[in-house]
Design a protein around this ligand. Structure first.
Ligand code: MD3
Ligand code: FE
Length: 208
C-alpha cells in the first residue's frame, strides 16, 4: 500500500494488484449475483435529468442513487423497490484491513463502465460523515482516473487503475475532486464483454 501525494493532501493510498486474478474472479462472480438481484440502473443528473454514461447498482444497507430529484442514499433499489443485497464478506474484510478505525461500511456502490463511459470531475459529499474513507476496487479494463484538490480549480494528476487495484481515499483526500476520463478497451480479459466495474465502499452515517 503506497501513499500518494496530490496537491499536498494526505490520505490517498494505493494498493496495485491487491486482488490477484483468482480473487478478482471470485469477487466478480459475487457481483454478478448481486446484479441479478439488484439490476444495473441508469442514473440521471438532478434537475436536467440527463442520463449518466455509467450504469449503477449497490449492495449494503444503503445504496447511492441519482435522479431528477437529487443525489441520495436510500435503503431500496429505485426500480425493484427491494432492499439492496448484502455486501460480500471479501469486501467487508478489505474494509477492516484498510480502514480498521472506521465503523462498518453501509453502502457499496457498483459502477459499470462500458467502453466510452466516463465520470466527470466531482466530490463525494452525499455522506453524513467524511471521517471514514472511501475504498475503491477496480475490476476489468484499465481506467484513467484524475484526482485534484478540494477546490475544482486545483491542478489534477492522472493515474491508471487496473483490474484488482484498491484505492483508499481518507483524511484530507476524502473530499478531493476526482473523475474517470476513459476506460481503455481491451486491457483486461476479466469481463467477457469488456468494460470496467468499480466498487466503492462507503460509510454514510456518523459513528454510532
Ligand atoms: C473518493 N468512482 O463512484 S473510485 C464514484 O472509478 C467514483 O468509478 C470512480 O468516483 C470510479 O463516486 C472513482 C476512486 C476514487 C478516486 C478518488 C477519490 C474515489 C474517490 C477521491 C475522493 C473521494
Ligand atoms: Fe466519486
Amino acid at each position: 500500500m503506497q501513499n500518494i501525494n496530490i496537491n499536498g493532501l494526505t490520505g490517498l493510498k494505493y494498493a496495485p494488484d491487491h486482488f490477484d486474478r483468482a480473487a478478482q474472479e471470485i469477487l466478480l462472480a459475487k457481483i454478478r449475483k448481486i446484479i441479478e438481484e439488484a439490476p444495473l440502473f441508469q442514473p440521471a443528473m438532478p434537475k436536467t435529468d440527463k442520463a449518466f454514461s455509467v450504469k449503477m447498482s449497490n449492495c449494503g444497507p444503503l445504496g447511492w442513487v441519482s435522479d431528477i430529484n437529487g443525489y441520495r442514499y436510500q435503503p431500496k433499489h429505485p426500480i425493484t423497490n427491494e432492499p439492496w443485497p448484502e455486501i460480500p464478506a471479501t469486501l467487508l474484510d478489505l474494509w477492516k484491513e484498510v480502514a480498521p478505525a472506521a465503523p462498518e461500511p453501509e453502502a457499496c456502490l457498483i459502477n459499470y463502465y462500458e467502453t466510452g463511459a466516463r465520470m466527470g470531475l466531482h466530490q463525494d459529499r452525499d455522506e453524513l460523515t467524511f471521517d471514514a474513507p472511501v475504498v475503491s476496487v477496480s475490476l476489468g479494463d484499465t481506467a484513467t482516473f484524475r484526482v485534484g484538490g478540494t477546490s475544482r480549480k486545483d491542478p489534477t494528476k492522472s493515474f491508471r487503475l487496473n483490474s484488482g487495484d484498491v484505492v483508499v481515499l481518507g483524511g484530507e483526500a476524502r473530499l478531493a475532486f476526482h473523475g474517470i476520463d476513459r476506460v481503455l478497451k481491451g486491457t483486461s480479459t476479466l469481463l467477457k464483454n469488456g468494460g470496467r466495474i468499480n466498487l466503492t465502499l462507503r460509510r454514510v452515517s456518523p459513528m454510532p
